[in-house]
Design a binder for this molecule. Structure first.
Ligand SMILES: Cc1cc2nc3c(=O)[nH]c(=O)nc-3n(C[C@H](O)[C@H](O)[C@H](O)COP(=O)(O)OP(=O)(O)OC[C@H]3O[C@@H](n4cnc5c(N)ncnc54)[C@H](O)[C@@H]3O)c2cc1C
Length: 570
């Protein structure tokens, strides 16, 4: 039998063996460890994994089956479980978590998609939601002050402090001549963010209520989702470098001001209004906190469980068919696999061609991304690294969203550098002071498209040469900008958009799901309820971008089945 990657059974066995070896190396079970014993990267409780590989023995009678164990899927499953529902969570990867999973090499470990989480201070609503979902088991550590540092050309640097008052004070000090415009800008931010909360609640209601509610909302105020960030910057008269500074965090949602929805930009300002946080123990602690309630309520979490099709009978969703041909039946089917995967891969033929699926399909993807995973030995803090994320900008061009890698003379316009081991108090650097870093940038999908359907283990030399070239260029930039830290580098490994596509089925290796444009946020089909009865969606595409938005999306979707979930969102 040959799978969708064109692998035969012996190939699959070899891959499975490699994966098992990798996991053994990570856990360092048996024999003297070759590297300092790292904490495990796999979600466990009391030493036991919180998931098992899929076998067609999962039975039936499920209240809900959730496809995909990213933050959206895990939170939706956890919320339903906390109200006593039995949920089966199916994940195609060999480890749950989606973009919140961790991976390890040579004793180093990295958090794929978690660097900075906002609204995690005591008493903030998202924090209360997370505490409720995880029974308070996930501890959040502040990144401190500043949490983000922006380094532009010409030596211009600006730090983002961890309170909104301090941020406004920094702006007033650096741009005194634009004080009034800054105040006007933040009035728009306040309105945009307030409207956003109503927008999300409306999304969970039946479509006609959403449409009616949105009409009322647009009579009462401006549609900030349908307005671009650039429009707002123009209208309030923001000029010069301040335009870059106010929209500097566009990398957290992937669309430049010309293309991004202003409400998304406003939400990011508010999201980090009290600074940024990191989960203690790394991002896998999210899965640990969220999967435990699923098991405790009689649910199950299965990995290596690729869902091939959503089963629709009599016009309603009744379950899923797995890639191995087995079927699982459930009262509700919840796709947390991404909106594009849902309409392109999971819906059966007639539904796939429905107008709503076409409208979802018409929304573009967020940028494809590269990540250079870095391993250091030595005192990286003394060499200049800190828990703050670094944004290394090579120009002031606010319209450039991707690094044109095809031009050999080009350098990345933006490099996001994070040092997760300095953020996590549980990190044990060991005697050689081992630390990790991640360096992320955006590239066009076209740069890797030619290898799209090739086998991950036998990709041609051209792909390896591409990776070597990109790696060298990234390392050269990093050595120039962070010479002291880079002197301590002992390991590096590049992941490309194909890596994300393979491991988490991210369409075109997109970093944040669908793009953060007005078209996306005004699309009425990106919501928990689909037109197909008993089929729901969750995850970032049905709400907005980021880990905490995925959590909120999971809660919103759960509230469709279980109205009591609303009480946890106010
Ligand atoms: C490099 C990087 C850095 C980031 N940094 C931050 C950050 O600092 N702060 C922040 O808030 N956000 C950050 N994000 C974004 C954030 O991680 C994601 O937006 C969020 O985790 C997405 O959650 P999700 O549940 O919507 O989707 P995903 O995490 O993509 O989960 C979807 C899951 O569905 C599974 N799946 C797909 N198809 C199938 C199928 N057919 N059968 C079974 N399973 C399937 C996938 O394997 C995957 O596990 C970052 C992302 C990246 C990539």
């Amino acid at each position: 039998m040959v799978d969708r990657q064109g692998r035969g059974s012996s190939d699959r066995m070899r891959l499975a063996r490699r994966v098992r070896e990798e996991i053994r190396t990570v856990e360092c079970s048996g024999g003297p460890p070759r590297y300092p014993r790292p904490m495990t990267i796999l979600p466990t409780r009391g030493g036991a994994r919180l998931y098992r590989p899929y076998e067609p023995d999962v039975g039936g009678g499920w209240d809900a089956v959730v496809i995909g164990s990213g933050m959206g899927g895990m939170c939706c499953a956890a919320a339903l479980s906390r109200f006593g529902r039995r949920v089966l969570l199916l994940e195609q990867h060999y480890v749950p978590g989606g973009y919140t999973h961790m991976f390890a090499r040579r004793g180093f470990h990295w958090d794929v998609g978690v660097h900075a989480l906002g609204e995690m201070g005591e008493g903030e609503l998202p924090r209360r939601m997370l505490d409720w979902l995880t029974d308070g088991s996930v501890r959040m550590v502040p990144l401190g002050d500043p949490y983000d540092r922006f380094l532009y050309p010409d030596g211009f640097e600006i730090d983002f402090p961890s309170t909104k008052q301090a941020f406004r004070a920094v702006l007033a000090e650096r741009f005194p001549e634009q004080a009034e415009n800054i105040a006007a800008y933040f009035r728009c931010v306040g309105k945009g963010a307030r409207g956003a909360h109503i927008y999300f609640l409306l999304k969970s209601l039946p479509r006609w209520m959403d449409v009616a509610g949105s009409r009322v909302a647009s009579w009462l105020g401006r549609d900030w989702w349908g307005t671009t960030t650039e429009q707002v910057l123009d209208e309030v008269g923001i000029e010069g470098r301040l335009r870059n500074v106010l929209s500097a965090q566009w990398g957290y949602f992937g669309s430049v001001p010309r293309a991004s929805s202003f409400a998304m930009q406003a939400l990011v300002h508010c999201h980090f209004g009290n600074g940024a946080y990191f989960p203690q123990g790394g991002s896998k602690s999210l899965a640990e906190g969220l999967l435990a309630p699923v098991l405790d309520a009689g649910g199950d979490v299965r990995t290596k469980a690729p869902v091939e099709r959503i089963l629709i009978e009599g016009g309603r969703a009744v379950g899923v068919r797995m890639a191995d041909g087995s079927e699982v039946r459930a009262d509700w089917v919840i796709s947390a696999a991404g909106a594009r995967n849902t309409v392109d891969r999971l819906l059966p033929a007639p539904e796939r061609d429905a107008p709503w699926a076409g409208r979802v399909r018409s929304i573009g993807d967020s940028p494809s991304y590269l990540c250079l995973n870095l391993g250091f030995e030595g005192d990286i803090a003394a060499a200049g690294a800190s828990p703050a994320n670094l944004w290394l900008m090579s120009n002031w061009d606010l319209d450039q969203s991707e690094w044109n890698v095809e031009d050999p003379a080009s350098i990345p316009h933006i490099l996001y550098v994070s040092f997760p081991s300095l953020k996590d108090p549980d990190h044990d650097p060991g005697p050689t002071r081992r630390h990790t870093g991640e360096c992320v940038t955006f590239i066009p999908w076209e740069a890797v498209r030619r290898w799209e359907n090739t086998d991950i283990r036998t990709r041609e030399e051209g792909y390896e040469a591409f990776k070597r070239d990109i790696t060298e260029r990234l390392l050269a930039c990093l050595r120039e900008r962070l010479p002291g830290v880079m002197d301590l580098l002992v390991h590096h490994e590049l992941s490309t958009p194909l890596t994300a596509e393979y491991f988490v089925h991210a369409s075109r290796g997109a970093i944040y799901g669908l793009e953060a444009t007005p078209e996306r946020f005004t699309c009425r089909d990106l919501r928990p309820r689909t037109p197909i009865p008993r089929l729901l969606m969750t995850g970032v595409d049905s709400a907005s971008i980021g880990v905490i938005s995925a959590m909120a999306s999971g809660m919103l979707t759960a509230s469709v089945l279980e109205k009591r979930a609303y009480t946890k969102m106010v």
